[in-house]
Design a protein around this ligand. Structure first.
Ligand code: BTN
Length: 329
């Protein structure tokens, strides 16, 4: 713990910070400071030490730890309770398992998932050191029917967070894939628990998986046309600690706005961000595939499509492929 506190002091300090000052601020001995600094160096932090001046952080490895996230975090609700795991089966599973013991807004972040889950029972590749996998437990006092559109707001929040961290705004492939340079860089899986007897909403777990620093070689052949990373899109590696904080800050703001009923501006933003509209789409249905044109997003974030015979329909769920994207030509 003192290691994280030392790191945060060094992060905040512009110049050298003396061992005596750190020892005073943290209430621990100078020997403990020197031991913690050594241990941080072993983890890849480059820390200069100069007699009579103290310590200065020269560079940090790209690690997804509390110490790398907290300095940038500014939240009122989401992530006020934050747990960061080096590895876990799935951050969604963790929050669901612990939902009875954790506060509203509790957030789990992982550097690696061994059983990452995607929509429709698929798996979500979550290798260590490359991405950000995070989930948030929410208990809004709303009927389930009013909570289903939260996932669209989460998509806007992800775009806000990535734009804040990189200066580049991603797009949304309906309903909730986040796309940069024509490749999926993030997926969202929102799950809800509803009480059987009363149909009351017990909790929502929204889980977000972001591909951050993968390079072209990291994608298996079958994913090369579909998956991408933020680093590939912006042309340089992105520090995950700060990005994670930007994503959580953005989700915090969006969630509080959603609760407050500030819906109009998010619907407008979603419409602007959604790349599906105006394109030819393939609707994957139980009876087979249908080709249509996406013509808009309705007030409940449904996708309005026009069929070749002129008939219009609003699609609210299911798989929709977009021509020109993910290898659909
Ligand atoms: C999808 O694109 O199908 C949704 C992927 C959602 C992945 C995230 S990673 C964090 C959270 N934990 C999981 O097991 N899944 C979600």
């Amino acid at each position: 713990m003192s290691k994280q506190k030392i790191l945060s002091l060094l992060n905040q300090s512009e110049g050298y910070l003396s061992g005596a000052e750190m020892s005073r601020q943290l209430g621990i001995s100078r020997a403990a400071i020197s031991k913690a600094v050594e241990s941080l160096r072993q983890e890849g932090y480059e820390i200069d030490a100069v007699t009579n001046r103290g310590y200065k952080l020269l560079s940090s490895p790209d690690r997804l730890t509390e110490g790398e996230i907290l300095p940038y975090l500014s939240v009122r609700h989401v992530a006020r309770h934050l747990e960061v795991f080096a590895t876990i089966d799935s951050t969604n599973n963790y929050l669901k398992r612990e939902s009875g013991n954790l506060p509203d807004g509790a957030t789990a972040v992982a550097d690696q998932q061994t059983g990452g889950r995607g929509r429709l029972g698929r798996s979500f590749a979550s290798p260590e050191g490359k991405g950000i996998y995070y989930s948030v437990l929410l208990r809004p006092d709303l009927p389930p029917a009013e909570a289903v559109n939260l996932t669209a707001y989460v998509a806007v929040a992800v775009c806000n967070g990535i734009e804040e961290a990189t200066g580049v705004r991603p797009q949304i492939k309906w309903t909730n894939d986040i796309v940069m340079n024509g490749r999926k860089v993030c997926g969202i899986l929102t799950e809800m628990a509803i009480e059987g007897e009363t149909a009351a909403l017990q909790y929502i777990v929204t889980g977000i998986g972001v591909n951050v620093n993968q390079t072209a070689e990291d994608w298996p052949e079958e994913l090369k046309a579909i998956a991408g990373s933020i680093a590939q899109a912006v042309g340089h590696p992105v520090r995950r600690g700060r990005l994670a904080a930007c994503l959580l800050n953005a989700l915090d703001r969006v969630y509080l706005d959603w609760l407050a009923g500030n819906h109009a501006s998010y619907l407008e933003q979603y419409r602007k961000d959604c790349l599906t509209v105006g394109r030819e789409v393939k609707l994957l249905r139980s009876g087979g595939e249908e080709i249509a044109t996406a013509i808009g997003i309705d007030d409940k974030f449904g996708l309005i499509v026009r069929h070749p015979d002129g008939r219009e329909e609003t699609v609210t769920s299911g798989e929709v492929s977009v021509r020109g994207l993910y290898g659909y030509v």
